[in-house]
Design a protein around this ligand. Structure first.
Ligand SMILES: *Cc1c(COP(=O)(O)O)cnc(C)c1O
Length: 398
C-alpha cells in the first residue's frame, strides 16, 4: 500500500479531516472497535469467511457491462460496475455484511443502524438475520412514511424499526438517536454505520469493506479492454460507493476520478446536498469534514430527489482527496438525474437507483466533450426498483 492508500493516520485523520469527536462514553468503544477491526483485517480466517459470504450471500463478484446504446447517447464509451445486482439492491450490503461479521467476532449479540430511505436498514437487517444478531434500525418518521415498503421489509427480516420524531425527522436525526442508543449499550451492541462517515475508525473501516468494488473493477476492466479506464464516475452521498470504487485506483494519476453530488433544485436555490462548492468545514456526527451549515454553524436542511444523497456531510477522506487533488467533484440536479434515469432504463434495460442516476447524468452532460475514445467506468451503486413511486410522483405520472 502507498502512503495515500494507507491514510488515515494513527489518530484517524485524513489531513485536517476526520478524527473522533464523541462523548467520553464512546471513546472506549471506538478504541475497542479499532483494535478489533485491525485484528480482524489482519486475520486470514476472517477475510476468507467474509469473501465466502460476499460471494454466496451478497452475490459478488458483480460484472462490468459495456453500455453500448447509452454510450452512443453520451458520446463516450461507458461501462457500468453492476453493484445494482447485489442482494438487497445496492452496494450497501458489502459494508453491512462486513460489520455484522465483525460484531459476531467481538461477541456482541446486538446491532443498531441508522437509515434514510431504508436501504442501509434493509441491508443491515438482512446481514443481522443471517448472523443471528438482534437488530434495531433508527429511521426518521418522515422517511418511514415515505418508504413504507422498506420499513415492512426490515420488519419481515426480524428487525425492530424505531421511528425518530425529533428535528427534521429524517436521516440526521436517526443518526443522533442511534448514537444515543450506542452510548447506553456499548457493552452488548455494535453500531453498523452506513457510509464513510462518523468517528474513527468508521470512515476507514467502511471504505475497506467497499474496496472490493474497485479491486474487482480493476481486474475486470483490464481483462475486457486491455488497460485501465480513463475515468471513474460515482455519485457521492456520504461517499462509500465512490470511495469503494476509487480507492484501488488512488495511485493511478492517469485515471481521472469524478464524484457527483446532488445539486437538487440547483445550487442557487439553496435546496441541494452539494457540500464541495461551499467548502465549509465543521463537525457533524463525530467527524470533521465539509458540511452544509448556516452562518451560526447550524446544520442546514438538504434536498435531493434521491434519499441516499440527501445528507449534509461529506466523508472526511473525500474532503482530503479534494484538497489533495486526487479526485474532482461535480454535481447533477434532480432534473438531470431523472433524465438519466429514463435514458438508462430505455437504452440499456436497467432501472438505475436515483442516486446512481446522478453519476449517469454527469456522463450524459460531459460525455461528448470527452469523446468516444474515452473509456468511462460508472459505479451503478444500486437498482431503481425502490424509486419507482418517487419517479412517478415527481414526474407527475403517479
Ligand atoms: C445509500 C446509497 C448511496 C449513497 O451513499 P454513499 O455512501 O455515498 O455511497 C448511493 N447509491 C445507492 C444506491 C445508495 O443506496
Amino acid at each position: 500500500m502507498s502512503d495515500r492508500q494507507a491514510a488515515p493516520d494513527a489518530t484517524g485523520h485524513f489531513g485536517p479531516y476526520g478524527g473522533r469527536f464523541v462523548p467520553e462514553t464512546l471513546v472506549h468503544a471506538l478504541e475497542e472497535l479499532e483494535r478489533e477491526y485491525r485484528a480482524a483485517k489482519a486475520d486470514p480466517a476472517f477475510q476468507q469467511e467474509l469473501a465466502g459470504i460476499l460471494k454466496h450471500f451478497a452475490g459478488r463478484p458483480t460484472p462490468i457491462l459495456e453500455a453500448v446504446r447509452f454510450s452512443e447517447a453520451a458520446g463516450c464509451r461507458v461501462f457500468l460496475k453492476r453493484e445494482d445486482l447485489l442482494h438487497t439492491g445496492a452496494h450497501k450490503i458489502n459494508n453491512s455484511v462486513g460489520q455484522c461479521l465483525l460484531t459476531k467476532r467481538m461477541g456482541k449479540p446486538r446491532v443498531i443502524a441508522e437509515t434514510g430511505a431504508g436501504q442501509h436498514g434493509v441491508a443491515t437487517a438482512s446481514a443481522a438475520a443471517k448472523f443471528g444478531l438482534e437488530c434495531v434500525v433508527y429511521m426518521g418518521v418522515e422517511d418511514a412514511r415515505r418508504q413504507r415498503l422498506n420499513v415492512e421489509r426490515m420488519k419481515l427480516l426480524g428487525a425492530e424499526v424505531r421511528e425518530v420524531d425529533s428535528g427534521s425527522k429524517t436521516l440526521k436525526d436517526a443518526v443522533n438517536e442511534a448514537m444515543r442508543d450506542w452510548v447506553t449499550r456499548v457493552r452488548d451492541t455494535h453500531y453498523v454505520l452506513g457510509s464513510v462517515l462518523g468517528p474513527h475508525p468508521f470512515p476507514v473501516m467502511v471504505r475497506d469493506f467497499h474496496r472490493v468494488i474497485g479491486l474487482e473493477a480493476r481486474e475486470q476492466f483490464q481483462a475486457a479492454v486491455g488497460k485501465l479506464p480513463d475515468l471513474l464516475v460515482a455519485c457521492v452521498g456520504g461517499g462509500s460507493n465512490a470511495m469503494g470504487l476509487f480507492h484501488a485506483f488512488i495511485d493511478d494519476a492517469g485515471v481521472r476520478k469524478v464524484g457527483v453530488e446532488a445539486a437538487g433544485h440547483g445550487l442557487a436555490s439553496g435546496k441541494h446536498a452539494a457540500r464541495v462548492p461551499e467548502h465549509s468545514v465543521g463537525v457533524l456526527h463525530g467527524t470533521r469534514t465539509l458540511i452544509l451549515q448556516d452562518a451560526h454553524g447550524m446544520i442546514r436542511e438538504t434536498h435531493s430527489v434521491s434519499a441516499g444523497l440527501d445528507y449534509p456531510a461529506l466523508g472526511p477522506e473525500h474532503a482530503w482527496m479534494l484538497d489533495e487533488k486526487l479526485c474532482e467533484y461535480s454535481h447533477a440536479t434532480d432534473e438531470e438525474a431523472l433524465h438519466a434515469f429514463e435514458k438508462l432504463s430505455r437504452l440499456e434495460g436497467i432501472l438505475p437507483a436515483l442516486e446512481s442516476s446522478h453519476a449517469l447524468a454527469w456522463v450524459l452532460r460531459e460525455g461528448h466533450r470527452l469523446g468516444k475514445d474515452t473509456n468511462v467506468l460508472v459505479n451503478l451503486s444500486g437498482r431503481g426498483d425502490k424509486d419507482v413511486a418517487e419517479v412517478l410522483r415527481v414526474t407527475g405520472r403517479g
